[in-house]
Design a protein around this ligand. Structure first.
Ligand code: SF4
Length: 443
C-alpha cells in the first residue's frame, strides 16, 4: 500500500522498444509496473533515472545492435553513476549473464517471462539477472492496466511462446513453450481497456491463433474467444497477430464471416512458396495447403486483406524454389508483406546449414519485393472510392486534420476539424499516397 504521507519520489524511466508489437505491449506493462515504484515515462534518455532497452531477437544482428546501443550509454553512465540500465526482452533471455560480462554498465537483465519482477530487481530485492521461466503467471503480478493518455487502440497479449520450432526462429528458445492466458483474465483486461476509452484491441501472441483455454463450459478455441470479446459493449474493433496457418480453425474462419467487429485483415505468414523449403523450415504445411486455406478464408470474408512474411535465401533454396514463392505470391495477392533475406540465428536448427550466395539472395529479395510492392500499391489504390471505417488515433500536422486507421489498417488522413481522437467515423477514400490514404468524411 502507498504511504500517503511519504509518496515515492518521481523518477524518470526511458524505454527503447525494439521489434515486434508484443514488445510494445511488454514495454507498456513494464512502464505500468515501474509506475507503482514512482517512475514516469520520459522521451528524453539524457534525463532518465533508468534506461530500459526492451530487445527483440527476430531481426538480424539483434545482439550487436544492443551492444552498440549500450556502448552509446557509456558517457551517460560515467556522468551519472546512479543511472540504472536494464536490458529486457528476447536478447536478454538469449544472452543472459553475457550482457553484464561484456557491458558491466548494465545493472539488470530481465527475460520476457520475468519482467513482473522488475520493480523488485530495481529495489535490490530480486537477483539482478532473471531469465528463468517461472511457474507463476507474470500477468497475475502486474498492476491493473492504466490509461497513460487517451489512446483508442491497445494491444492485449493473450498467448506467449511457441511450440512450432521453425528451423530459423529463436522464439521457442527465448519465449518458451506456448502458454495461453485464461479466458477470464483476458476478458477482464479487455473490459478494463474499454472502460478507459479503448475501442480497438489487437490480440497478441507469437502464435496467437493457437490460443486455447478452459471456460466454465468446456474448452475454448481462439474463434470463441473473439466471439466473447465481440460481446463487450464499446469494443468496436478486434484484430489479432501473429498467426500460424495450421492453427486457422474452422471456427476462427467462421468468426471472420460472422463477427463485424473482427476487422477484415489477416497477417498469415507463409515464408516460402516451395514445399521443399517449407519442409526444410519445418513449417509443417505445403504451399497447396496454404492456398486452399486462403480460399476458405476468402470464401468466408471476400474483402479480407491478407499480409504475410517471407524469408528469401533460406539454406538450400534454388532458383526453382524462389520461382515457386513468386508464383504463390502472384496467386494470393497480398495487401502488404514483410520480406527479409535469411540470416542465421545462433541456437536454431538452420544455424549451421550452408548459406545461399549473398548476391543471389539479394537478387531474389529484390524480385520478391518488386512484386509485393506492386500488389501493395494495387491493394491501396483499390481502396479509392470506397467507404471505410476510420478510427482517429492522433491529430495530423495540418490544422483540422486527423490521422486514423482504416478497417484494413491503412493510415488515413482526413480533414475533420470537429473530430476528436477516439472517434470512429465513416470516410470516403479519395486518394492513395505512397504509404497512406486520404479520405473525406462521408455524409
Ligand atoms: S511459428 Fe512463428 S514464432 Fe513459432 S517457431 Fe515458427 S516463426 Fe517462430
Amino acid at each position: 500500500m502507498t504511504d500517503q504521507a511519504n509518496p515515492p519520489a518521481v523518477k524518470k524511466l526511458f524505454i527503447k522498444t525494439y521489434g515486434c508489437q508484443m514488445n510494445v505491449y511488454d514495454s507498456q506493462r513494464m512502464a505500468e509496473a515501474m509506475g507503482a515504484e514512482g517512475y514516469v515515462l520520459t522521451e528524453d534518455q539524457a534525463q532518465a533515472d533508468m534506461v530500459l532497452l526492451n530487445t527483440c531477437h527476430i531481426r538480424e544482428k539483434a545482439a550487436e545492435k544492443l551492444y552498440s546501443d549500450l556502448g552509446r550509454l557509456k558517457p551517460l553512465k560515467a556522468e551519472r553513476p546512479d543511472l540504472k540500465i536494464g536490458v529486457a526482452g528476447c536478447v536478454a533471455q538469449a544472452e543472459g549473464e553475457e550482457i553484464v560480462r561484456r557491458m558491466p554498465l548494465v545493472d539488470l537483465v530481465v527475460g520476457p517471462q520475468t519482467y513482473h519482477r522488475l520493480p523488485a530487481m530495481v529495489r535490490g530485492e530480486a537477483p539482478a539477472i532473471l531469465t528463468d521461466f517461472p511457474s507463476e503467471d507474470k500477468f497475475d503480478h502486474l498492476p491493473q492496466r492504466r490509461a497513460t493518455r487517451r489512446a483508442p487502440a491497445a494491444f492485449l497479449t493473450v498467448q506467449e511462446g511457441c511450440d512450432k520450432f521453425c528451423a530459423f526462429c529463436v522464439v521457442p528458445y527465448t519465449r518458451g513453450a506456448e502458454v495461453s492466458r485464461p479466458v477470464d483474465r483476458i476478458l477482464r483486461e479487455a473490459r478494463d481497456l474499454v472502460e478507459r476509452g479503448v475501442r480497438e484491441i489487437t490480440l497478441l501472441g507469437q502464435n496467437v491463433n493457437g490460443w486455447h483455454g478452459a471456460g466454465t463450459d468446456g474448452d475454448w478455441g481462439f474463434g470463441r474467444l473473439i466471439r466473447a470479446l465481440a460481446r463487450i459493449p464499446g469494443l468496436d474493433r478486434i484484430r489479432y497477430t501473429t498467426s500460424h496457418p495450421n492453427d486457422m480453425s474452422d471456427d476462427l474462419i467462421d468468426a471472420h464471416r460472422d463477427i463485424p467487429q473482427l476487422m477484415p485483415y489477416l497477417h498469415l505468414p507463409v515464408q516460402s512458396g516451395s514445399d521443399r523449403i517449407l519442409r526444410a523450415m519445418n513449417r509443417k504445411h505445403t504451399a497447396a495447403e496454404y492456398l486452399r486455406l486462403i480460399d476458405r478464408i476468402r470464401a468466408a470474408r471476400p474483402d479480407i486483406l491478407l499480409t504475410s512474411d517471407f524469408i528469401v535465401g533460406f539454406p538450400g533454396e534454388t532458383d526453382q524454389d524462389h520461382a515457386d514463392t513468386l508464383r504463390l505470391v502472384a496467386e494470393v495477392g497480398f495487401g502488404t508483406a514483410f520480406s527479409f533475406k535469411y540470416s542465421p540465428r545462433p541456437g536454431t536448427p538452420a544455424y549451421d546449414r550452408p548459406e545461399v550466395d549473398g548476391a543471389v539472395a539479394d537478387q531474389r529479395l529484390q524480385e520478391l519485393q518488386a512484386l509485393l510492392t506492386k500488389q501493395q500499391k494495387a491493394a491501396q489504390e483499390g481502396m479509392v472510392g470506397r467507404r471505410l471505417g476510420v478510427l482517429f488515433e492522433k491529430p495530423g500536422r495540418q490544422a483540422g486534420q486527423m490521422i486514423g486507421k482504416s478497417d484494413y489498417l491503412h493510415s488515413v488522413f482526413v480533414e475533420a476539424p470537429d473530430a476528436q481522437v477516439g472517434d470512429l467515423v465513416q470516410v470516403r477514400i479519395v486518394e492513395s499516397a505512397s504509404n497512406s490514404l486520404r479520405g473525406e468524411l462521408a455524409a
